[in-house]
Design a protein around this ligand. Structure first.
Ligand code: H79
Length: 477
């Protein structure tokens, strides 16, 4: 190809990368660096609702209410604040809880950060607070500060720690008239001050279901910046209808619950995802996603420039569930050999994916995440120039795979064996001598997880077979 053309494409690629890093601000966004590199975190939903496990007076709310309301049971079952408190606080005694073990599970899974519900919509605080007696120290027999134990353990094991905090919805303190709005907001401010002051480095403030009151949200955001300038703030500090330009303190865009991105994102984004339907512990939710599903989510999120915050819902005794541990271990093993294609990667250099999967990039290397194998070879268009080397990332010997390149169509093809070395996701590293150059005129479309309405569900078109697969699972919230 002509050099002039090549220079032009390089320029375009460079320009295309600018918004990725410029998004969160006019101000310095160095506090975002670890978060961008991390790509994978653990979400933990745990609280009084875990004791109910989705059931109240014989009715299964975890399943019947759109398949996902275990942590919403107070609201969905219409339990009064008094009854909810009297029923569950005496039972909150999770003697199996071991912060060291939880953090080790996250670490072994390859997760780089952890976010736990310090207060969900039911208003119950998992931390020591003077702002309300509805907390683990004053109202339960357990009397251990869960946030303290986890934050200290995360610091020890080198995992970034953050909290989910339901700032607007609070069925105990606010909704049912217990406190005036003014007093409620004072309580929130006090809670935030405690969370931001008493637990060492607080790396993520994961707000949820924000309202439209910008004064309220901005004062909470400002307080976070003041007390923990390096913390990363979730866009749900604001209602989704607040235009992005007005979300002054939002550092990253949180996609709707359990929704995978359908295309490459140009701003810092995160998707939060469950391993089954419910966030909070549910006794009989059996809609487990497979290990392959989770590895696919991770690869496709990275290819679209999005972090994956994957949820666990520990049981009332304080155990992360065996099904969750099993999946996390498998993901961890995959990450241990393929992590280079995820951590610190940048999204696909082309704004589409392929019937076989999608790509991520790091400097001069492309990573092909092959989710569906084709023995005829793994082919892609849109990248200009012949690679210098290709190999399976999991192959310690990095044995070279042969590559063909058609200079007229910019189509590159990697020859592969008949069977996939890893049927869940085989990563092929494709190295170039110089910078990766994307053809600005390249044509392609998205094949994987393209349906917004079904959230994470898996309607994919398959070019090669020319047919559309049925959804694997159905969720909704
Ligand atoms: O914490 C998790 C959810 O509880 C919370 N966000 C994630 C991270 C959340 N708050 N609000 N919503 C989600 C949206 C509300 C959805 C609802 Fe429903 C649909 C409420 C009633 C119908 C889903 C199904 C929740 C209860 C039943």
């Amino acid at each position: 190809m002509k050099t002039k053309n090549k220079l032009f494409s390089t320029l375009l690629v460079l320009l295309a990368l600018v918004p990725m890093s410029a998004i969160s601000a006019a101000t310095d966004d160095s506090h975002m660096e670890w978060w961008r590199d991390a790509r994978f975190g653990m979400f933990i939903h745990w609280g009084l609702y875990s004791i109910a496990g989705g059931e109240w007076e014989g009715k299964d709310y975890g399943k019947e209410e759109g398949g996902a309301s275990a942590e919403w049971i107070m609201n969905r079952a219409g339990i009064s604040r008094e009854v909810y408190r009297e029923t569950f606080t005496p039972q909150f005694n999770p003697t199996d809880f071991d912060a060291k073990e939880w953090v080790a599970i996250a670490k072994e899974a390859g997760m780089k950060y952890m976010v736990i519900t310090s207060k969900h919509h039911d208003g119950f605080c998992l931390f020591d607070t003077d702002a309300t007696d509805y907390n683990v120290m004053d109202a339960t027999p357990f009397k251990r500060d869960i946030i303290k134990e986890l934050s200290e353990e995360c610091a020890k094991q080198g995992i970034k720690f953050g909290v989910y905090y339901s700032q607007t919805k609070d069925w105990y303190h606010r909704t049912r008239g217990a406190l005036s709005t003014e007093d409620y907001l004072k309580m929130v401010q006090e809670n935030l001050d405690e969370l931001l002051s008493n637990y060492g480095e607080m790396s993520v403030l994961w707000f949820d279901t924000g309202g439209s009151d910008l004064v309220e949200a901005n004062s909470q955001g400002a307080r976070v910046r003041e007390l923990q300038p390096n913390a990363v703030i979730c866009s749900r500090l604001y209602a989704r209808r607040v235009p992005a330009g007005q979300r002054k303190y939002a550092d990253f865009e949180s996609l709707p619950d359990r929704m995978l991105p359908t295309e490459r994102m140009t701003e810092d984004s995160e998707t939060c995802m469950t391993m089954r339907h419910n966030w909070g512990y549910d006794q009989d939710d059996d809609a487990w996603k497979s290990e392959k599903d989770i590895i696919e989510f991770l690869a496709l999120c990275a290819a679209r420039g999005v972090n994956l915050l994957l949820n666990v819902g520990p049981d009332p005794k304080g155990n992360i569930l065996p099904e969750e541990i099993e999946r996390l271990k498998t993901v961890g093993k995959w990450m241990a050999v393929n992590g280079d294609s995820i951590y610190g990667s940048t999204p696909s250099p082309v704004d589409f994916d392929f019937w076989w999967g999608a790509m991520t990039q790091k400097d001069k290397t492309l990573y092909l995440h092959v989710l569906e194998w084709k023995p005829e070879g793994i082919e892609f268009n849109g990248i200009v120039g012949k690679p210098s080397k290709a190999y399976f990332l999991a192959d310690p010997k990095r044995k070279a795979l042969s590559v063909t390149y058609e200079p007229d169509s910019y189509v590159t093809k990697v020859e592969v064996p008949a069977n996939a070395p890893d049927s869940r996701n085989t990563v092929i590293a494709v190295e170039y001598d110089g910078p990766v150059v994307a053809d600005p005129d390249a044509k392609g479309k998205y094949h994987w997880y393209t349906n917004r309405r079904t959230r994470h569900t898996d309607i994919r078109e398959n070019d090669s077979a020319g047919k559309q697969a049925l959804p694997k699972a159905v969720t909704g919230d």
